[in-house]
Design a protein around this ligand. Sequence first.
Ligand code: APR
Ligand code: PHB
Length: 389
Amino acid sequence: MRTKVAIIGAGPAGLLLGQLLESYGIDNVIIERQSADYVLGRIRAGLLEEGTVRLLDEVGAGSRARREGLLHDGIELAFGGARHRIDMKALTGKTVMIYGQTEVTLDLMNARKAAGLTTVYQAADVTPLDFDTDHPRVTYVKDGATHEIECDFIAGCDGFHGISRASVNPTAIETFERVYPFGWLGILSETPPVSHELIYSNHARGFALCTMRSMHRSRHYVQCSLDDHVDQWPDDRFWDELKRRIDQKAADELVTGPSIEKSIAPLRSFVAEPMRFGRMFLAGDAAHIVPPTGAKGLNLAASDAHYLATALREYYDEKSSAGIDHYSATALARVWKAVRFSWWMTSMLHKFPDTGTIGARIQLAELDYVCSSQAAMTSLAENYVGLPF
Ligand code: APR
Ligand code: PHB
């Protein structure tokens, strides 16, 4: 098989890149390790920046999000027993959309199927080869046979645990990592959200977040120990702990119910530099990971896909390599700003055992300052709604 761009990974980065390339007339094939149902079964965050929704529109996959997504003008920060609203629309003119990543992935899968593009699911031993030559290729095993895809370029969109970054000569890549000393325990429940906007709570017992998937399906998180296991958190314990970490009004109004999904995720900041290795590019979680506090993971996957598709369009249409030569620097400039913001939000809102009581008081002072300063609220808001592409 031959294609212009071989994309490894059918998550948001790979699927959006594939549709952007298709819209530019650039043939591409996606090779995915799992089944489509498995990919859709992953529970992930669900907050889209305006730029991400525009990209979905651009590839004809935005109509359901526009119909079903919830537009939010603001968020609330809870600390010291009270809630403080950040009116992002008033401060930036922009809103964010609540729309599950699963739905984004499904819409992109449907758009790809409608375009008749090739996606190889359940491909084993996917291997990017010869990407430091002018003739890169990807091999994989399916139905007991080894297959090869010859291509002009490889896009490694295979997430943090993928094969693409792992295939790069260790001397050619530099990584930066911070692992946080706690995790997020998240549950999904068919219960109405406690508020019409998100509530991020700093509490002496630990961080909590009240978010949602719709006005009938809620998503809640509490900071937990990395030693915790979901079996130690029956629903009643979760709801009791959540109520202790949010303000009294929210606790009184919280509607609890059986969890339909429950999981613990670790938090890390990670960046790999550069994001290009000869004729292989990394995009999305394959190149960077942010703690979910700033809701940037999916949106960075989208901006990487935008930058890479634009660069490849320039290569094929204008016979110019300027775009692909600058892809890594362009993408990393936005990635590092999101890494900083996600680290800042995480540092301000979570309980850090090693910073002691003075650390907790400094956090409260920072939250008090942010919520009483137009400049500080604007800074938070313009990062939260998404910096320009
Ligand atoms: N071969 C083929 N496919 C692979 C391989 C491999 N060796 N390793 C991983 N994959 C697939 C995974 O099965 C997954 O479907 O690559 C895809 C990567 O998707 P994501 O991990 O979702 O990463 P990305 O597309 O960059 O999207 C980032 O997804 O996980 C969330 O929080 C993250 O919101 C962020 C977004
Ligand atoms: C979510 O809806 O899952 C979500 C929203 C905002 C975040 C993190 C997670 O910062």
